[in-house]
Design a protein around this ligand. Structure first.
Ligand SMILES: Cc1cc2nc3c(=O)[nH]c(=O)nc-3n(C[C@H](O)[C@H](O)[C@H](O)COP(=O)(O)OP(=O)(O)OC[C@H]3O[C@@H](n4cnc5c(N)ncnc54)[C@H](O)[C@@H]3O)c2cc1C
Ligand code: FES
Length: 238
């Protein structure tokens, strides 16, 4: 883990409210599901983002513009710099056999890196409307199932609609809290190993502020930055 000032290589819009940011940085070995903290100008706290892709010292982050910090990120021009802390977090435990991935909206971000290490994958990706899809060409070779809530592309519905028919293999998932809650219910009632990447507010990212607590089903709390952000869905309450 390192705290460094990194140079922006690219920062461009790739879909509705979604940007692709590339910076130059040597992160060493990274795992899908790990994240970095970025320090946008004028923000007291850093903002966490999944490692979207990482190759030849180029880190790609896919971010959705939702508030002050992400709006600030959109202003970064190539050659500008920003402070970064990372890599952080545990990342997904990646099985060697077939994997099911379920992504909701920008929850697709950590799975671009998974594409570099796993071939036998069924991807189910759901968004509200077709303008929110991006980077689909990067998943060439995977078995892809797309859902839109408004039916504008792929099947009409939500990514979690696949749960009745999905194979018994490990599920890796990331998406909005409602989706993760459905996956938690599914994992508990079927006693299935579902790994969920939880996106919640963070303070320090290194276990110092205790601001990222989530409830542990067995009692007490996990801390997202130290114990996660990836959890066995059966062990948490959101
Ligand atoms: C481990 C991890 C990985 C993440 N990876 C990505 C990623 O790859 N791409 C991406 O776009 N986002 C990701 N996020 C979410 C991202 O950190 C937040 O969207 C971002 O911090 C919002 O900052 P902001 O200043 O723009 O919004 P704020 O001004 O802080 O908030 C604007 C609105 O967004 C809500 N919000 C803020 N933070 C979060 C959050 N973490 N989850 C849900 N709602 C939030 C607020 O409640 C508020 O309604 C990740 C979060 C975590 C914890
Ligand atoms: S973000 Fe500070 S303890 Fe987790």
């Amino acid at each position: 883990m390192q705290y460094v000032k990194v140079k922006v290589i690219k920062n461009s819009k790739v879909a509705a409210q979604i940007f692709e940011l590339q910076v130059e940085v040597d992160l060493g070995h990274v795992k899908p599901g790990q994240f970095v903290l970025l320090y946008p100008k004028g923000c007291l706290l850093p903002r966490p983002f999944s490692i979207g892709d990482y190759v030849d010292n180029v880190l790609t982050i896919f971010y959705k513009v939702v508030g002050k910090g992400t709006r600030e990120l959109t202003k970064l021009q190539p050659t500008a710099s920003i402070y970064l802390l990372g890599p952080l977090g545990n990342g997904f435990d990646i099985p060697t056999h077939h994997i099911n991935v379920i992504a909701g909206g920008i929850g697709i971000a950590p799975f671009f890196l998974l594409k570099r290490v796993a071939d036998d994958v069924t991807l189910v990706w759901g968004v509200k409307t077709k303008d929110e899809f991006f980077g689909l060409e990067r998943f060439k070779g995977w078995d892809i199932h797309l859902y839109t809530e408004d039916g504008s592309h792929g099947m009409q519905g939500m990514a979690t609609d696949c749960l009745n028919t999905i194979s018994k293999d490990t599920i890796l998932a990331c998406g909005p809290i409602e989706m993760l809650n459905q996956l938690i219910d599914f994992a508990i009632s079927n006693n299935r190993y579902v790994q969920v990447l939880v996106e919640q507010r963070m303070g320090c990212g290194i276990g110092a502020c205790r601001g990222c607590a989530i409830r542990r089903r067995a009692g007490g709390y996990f801390h997202l930055c130290e114990d996660g952000p990836v959890f066995d869905a059966r062990t948490i309450v959101l």
